[in-house]
Design a protein around this ligand. Structure first.
Ligand SMILES: NC(=O)c1ccc[n+]([C@@H]2O[C@H](COP(=O)([O-])OP(=O)(O)OC[C@H]3O[C@@H](n4cnc5c(N)ncnc54)[C@H](O)[C@@H]3O)[C@@H](O)[C@H]2O)c1
Length: 255
């Protein structure tokens, strides 16, 4: 069994997830990456930091892939301490909710909400059984939601609904897992520079220049990774279901 704590980070081949996995490696975690695309680069950066790392190719929406991922972590590391539900997608087309399709709704809800919900269920059952077997170390789940959990964008309703669902899932799992000493946190990124936002760069450049965020800059994947590291390292042991806005103050209402 790995002597270091082990973190599973979904969607860590690039963007926010890659920064999270690398940051956790730096914090001393061995890391498993679960992504639909190859995550060799992230594995390489974790290994350069002296940690063990594995890449598991699979889809969070597929039950067999989720189970296979956990099995692989069990055979490679023998333990799981932290689950970071980061994988997520925007709609392929930003369509007004008067026009948007059921197919896009099902795709976004499947990847952003249903997949992570059942991955959490499977990982939580493993963590609970480790606790029952006497493991007394810190364990937690970190969900990456979005400011879209509360701020409506009528051009991507399915995304907003999926992220609002992630917020409720955070509360549900926090309530259910507290008795086992497994904490659950939600990180709510604002506008972060990644592939996901590259298609709307001009729009967000203008919004930021116009003052939409009190801290007037794009967020970086590293901003989210630092917050995840704090949660995963047990800095907030007496907090669960806590929401951390990492958004340059976007959530403030200023008069
Ligand atoms: N970029 C932002 O401004 C922003 C803001 C708020 C929230 N978020 C959230 O942060 C998370 C990461 O976003 P990002 O900006 O890094 O996006 P990204 O598109 O750069 O990366 C997403 C990763 O998830 C993986 N992925 C997609 N579908 C998957 C599936 N079915 N199974 C497994 N992996 C899958 C992709 O291959 C990719 O590696 C997402 O949940 C996103 O909703 C991003």
């Amino acid at each position: 069994m790995s002597s270091a704590p082990v973190a599973l980070v979904t969607g860590a081949a690039r963007g926010i997830g890659a920064a999270i996995a690398t940051e956790l490696a730096e914090a001393g975690f061995d890391v498993a990456i679960f992504d639909v695309i190859d995550a060799a680069a992230t594995v390489e950066s974790a290994r350069k930091l002296g940690r063990n790392a594995i890449s598991i190719t699979g889809d969070v929406t597929v039950d067999a892939d989720r189970k296979a991922a956990l099995k692989q972590i069990e055979s490679s590391f023998g333990r799981l301490d932290v689950l970071v539900n980061n994988a997520g997608v925007a709609p392929k087309v930003r369509a007004d909710i008067l026009e948007a399709t059921e197919d896009s709704y099902d795709r976004v809800m499947g990847i952003n909400l249903k997949g992570p919900y059942f991955l959490t269920q499977a990982a939580a059952n493993w963590m609970v059984s480790r606790r029952r077997d006497g493991h007394d170390g810190f364990m937690c789940v970190v969900n990456i939601s979005s400011s879209s959990a509360y701020a409506p964008s009528t051009g991507r309703g399915e995304y907003c609904i999926s992220k609002a669902g992630v917020s409720m899932a955070t509360k549900l799992w926090a309530a259910r897992l507290a008795e086992f000493g497994i904490n659950v946190y939600e990180i709510r990124p604002g506008i972060i520079a990644t592939d996901m936002t590259s298609t709307v760069k001009e729009k967000y450049d203008k919004l930021i220049a116009g003052g939409i965020t009190p801290i007037a800059r794009w967020g970086l994947p590293q901003d989210i990774a630092s917050a995840v590291r704090s949660c995963a390292s047990g800095a907030f042991k007496f907090s669960t279901a806590e929401v951390f806005n990492v958004d340059g103050g976007f959530h403030l209402r200023i008069l």
